[in-house]
Design a protein around this ligand. Structure first.
Ligand code: ARG
Length: 294
C-alpha cells in the first residue's frame, strides 16, 4: 500500500514537472533513472488520478525522499572546496574528488535518484553559488553560523567539529590567549578567518586560498600560528615536520549542508536522507573510513 502511494506521488510529481531528479524529460545523461521514473509513471498513472488528493498529504507527513527541489534535471550539483582532507580533497592517483562529504553527498543523491555533480571552487564562493542557484547545495565541512543562516538554509548537522591552533613545536604559544599580537594564518572566508579577525584584528590575520598554504607558511616561519578545523589540521600537521596542534581548541562547531533559502523541498529530502544514513550506520561507516579513532 505504501509503495503504491509513493509511486502515485512520483507520478503526480513527474506529471507536474516538479520532480527534478529522475525526470524523464530528455536527459540522456541519466538514462537509467529517467527510465525507471518513466516506467513508474506509466505503471501508476491510474492510481495517481484517483488518489492525488491524499497522496500530497502523505508525502509531506512521511518525509518521503522524492528528489524534489533540485534545480538541474537529474543532477544534484554540490559546490565544495576540495582542499580540505578528509572531508573533500583530490585523490592523488586520478584527481577524483573524494572524502567524507563526497561520499555522504553521493549517498544522498542515490537516495534521491539523482546523479551527483561536484564543483570545486573557492571556499568563499560556495555560499554565493548556492544563493544564485548555480549549485543545489554547498557541502564543504561548512560550519553552521548565524551570519551564514541569513543567506542560506542549513540541513540537520552531520558532524561535530572544532577550530584548533597549529604552531611550531618550539612555539611559545600554548593556548588561544597566546595568539594576541601574533600573526595567524587562515583559509579565506572560513570560521577560522572570521573568528580570528574578530578576536585579534584584521592586521593579525593572514589569509590563504588553501588551508595547506597557511600551514606551509607556518612551517617556513612566515606566520606564528594557523587556525583551522581539527581533522584537516591533523592531516596537514602529519604532512609537514615540526608542527603540533595545541590541546585546547579555539572553538567547537557543527557541519551542515547549505541550500538556497526557502528551498524546503530539497532541504527535506536532504534531511530525510541524512536521517536514514545516520540510522542505518552508513554515516559512521563513511566517517570511520577516513578518520581513525584516537
Ligand atoms: N568549517 C570551516 C567553515 O565552515 C572551514 C570549512 C572549509 N572547508 C573547505 N572545504 N575548505 O568556515
Amino acid at each position: 500500500m505504501k509503495k503504491k502511494m509513493i509511486s502515485a506521488v512520483m507520478a503526480v510529481a513527474v506529471a507536474a514537472g516538479l520532480m527534478a531528479c529522475g525526470s524523464s524529460s530528455a536527459d540522456s545523461a541519466v538514462s537509467t533513472s529517467a527510465t525507471s521514473a518513466a516506467s513508474v509513471q506509466a505503471q501508476s498513472s491510474s492510481d495517481a488520478e484517483t488518489s492525488s488528493a491524499d497522496t500530497s498529504a502523505a508525502a509531506s507527513a512521511s518525509g518521503t525522499i522524492t528528489g524534489d527541489g533540485v534545480g538541474t534535471a537529474g543532477t544534484l550539483v554540490m559546490a565544495t572546496n576540495a582542499e580540505f582532507p578528509p572531508y573533500e580533497y583530490h585523490d592523488g592517483s586520478n584527481d577524483e574528488i573524494v572524502g567524507i562529504d563526497a561520499e555522504i553527498a553521493q549517498a544522498i543523491a542515490d537516495k534521491m535518484g539523482c546523479k551527483l555533480q561536484i564543483e570545486d571552487i573557492a571556499f568563499d564562493s560556495i555560499i554565493p553559488e548556492v544563493t544564485s542557484g548555480k549549485a543545489d547545495m554547498g557541502m564543504a565541512g561548512m560550519t553552521v553560523t548565524d551570519e551564514r543562516k541569513k543567506s542560506v538554509d542549513f540541513s540537520d548537522t552531520y558532524a561535530e567539529a572544532s577550530q584548533v591552533i597549529i604552531v611550531k613545536n618550539d612555539s611559545a604559544i600554548t593556548s588561544p590567549d597566546g595568539l594576541k599580537d601574533k600573526i595567524i594564518g587562515v583559509q579565506t572566508g572560513t570560521t577560522g578567518d572570521i573568528y580570528a579577525t574578530d578576536d585579534f584584528g584584521d592586521d593579525h590575520v593572514e589569509r590563504y586560498n588553501k588551508g595547506m598554504e597557511a600551514v606551509q607558511a607556518l612551517s617556513q616561519g612566515k606566520i606564528d600560528a594557523v587556525i583551522i578545523d581539527r581533522e584537516p589540521a591533523k592531516v596537514f600537521v602529519a604532512d609537514n615536520t615540526g608542527l603540533k596542534i595545541l590541546d585546547q581548541a579555539y572553538t567547537t562547531e557543527q557541519y551542515a549542508i547549505a541550500v538556497e533559502k526557502g528551498n524546503t523541498a530539497l532541504l527535506n529530502n536532504i534531511n530525510a536522507a541524512l536521517a536514514e544514513l545516520k540510522a542505518d550506520g552508513t554515516l559512521d561507516k563513511i566517517v570511520s573510513k577516513y578518520i581513525t579513532a584516537e
